[in-house]
Ligand binder design. Structure first.
Ligand SMILES: O=C(O)CCC(=O)C(=O)O
Length: 265
């Protein structure tokens, strides 16, 4: 997609599929770096526990500040960007990581902003570590739903939901027939808006489905104070431009050089 069309397409649909980010050598590096994580903590924890490791591991923050990741985000949110949060999300074949109590791991229909506790647009990147398709449980989105406001969420009825708070949007509030898959090759990314209704089904293949999810906001966004659900933003990093608002602490590790991310390749 041409750079100038990105912001317009995203505004209309609330997502963008398959943008090329990493070349073959970078994908090989990503896979071998991720394997070291997996070997270290085990597959069951690699599924959802690798949260905000960008403040610890330089190779992860290099991904989250990669010029070909940030380029489209800048088109949508502008030059001044905060990395809000990041997480690896894997779904393994059942033969490798069996679901709890006979359930299959999936992600229920939800809107990210329901959980984030920030004002302003949140844009998420889903960067594929592995090829992701309908067989191994790629993400599905419902285009245009980012214009529906924040929908009610309740406890998910089906076991196996990977979302920490086990929430889902009640079925009568969206039309699942309008859902479209977001298949990706390893090294590609999709983008989705924080209000977009999305989710993913189980992995019924023999292949792992791993992605790195990264959330960004403009520096003008700010945390909402919610006493019932206080949020800590302990891993926010200014990844592009200047921050004249200081609504989020810059937790950039000393080894991070933001200026290296400014070139759009
Ligand atoms: O990885 C998945 O299947 C779902 C990811 C997701 O819900 C998100 O990135 O917000």
């Amino acid at each position: 997609m041409e750079t100038r069309n990105i912001a317009q397409y995203f505004d209309t649909n609330g997502y963008i599929g398959s943008l090329n980010v990493l070349d073959k050598d970078e994908v090989d590096d990503l896979k071998s770096n991720f394997k070291a994580f997996e070997d270290d903590i085990g597959k069951a924890d690699a599924q959802y526990s690798l949260h905000n490791v960008h403040v610890v591991h330089p190779w992860v923050l290099r991904l989250a500040s990669h010029p070909r990741v940030l380029g489209p985000i800048k088109q949508i949110l502008g030059e001044n960007l905060i990395l809000l949060d990041s997480r690896f999300i894997c779904k393994y074949p059942d033969t490798e990581v069996p679901g709890k109590d006979g359930t299959e791991a999936y992600v229920a229909w939800h809107q990210d902003v329901r959980y984030w506790g920030v004002t302003g647009d949140v844009v998420s990147v889903w960067l594929a570590v592995d090829d992701a398709d309908e067989d191994n449980g790629c993400m599905f989105v419902i285009p245009g739903t980012h214009k529906s406001g924040i929908l009610e969420h309740h406890q998910a009825s089906k076991g196996g939901n990977l979302l920490t708070s086990n929430q889902e949007i009640p079925e009568d509030l969206y039309n699942a027939d309008e859902a479209v898959p977001c298949p990706l090759k390893a090294g590609q990314m999709s983008l989705h808006h924080g209000h977009l209704v999305h989710g993913s089904g189980p992995n019924r293949s023999e292949r792992r489905r791993c992605g790195y999810v990264i959330r960004y906001v403009a520096t003008s966004a700010y945390p909402i104070k919610d006493e019932n659900r206080p949020r800590k933003f302990e891993a926010t990093v200014l990844v592009s431009g200047e921050d004249n608002f200081n609504n989020f602490k810059d937790n950039a590790p000393q080894w991070f050089n933001r200026k290296n991310t400014d070139v759009i390749a």
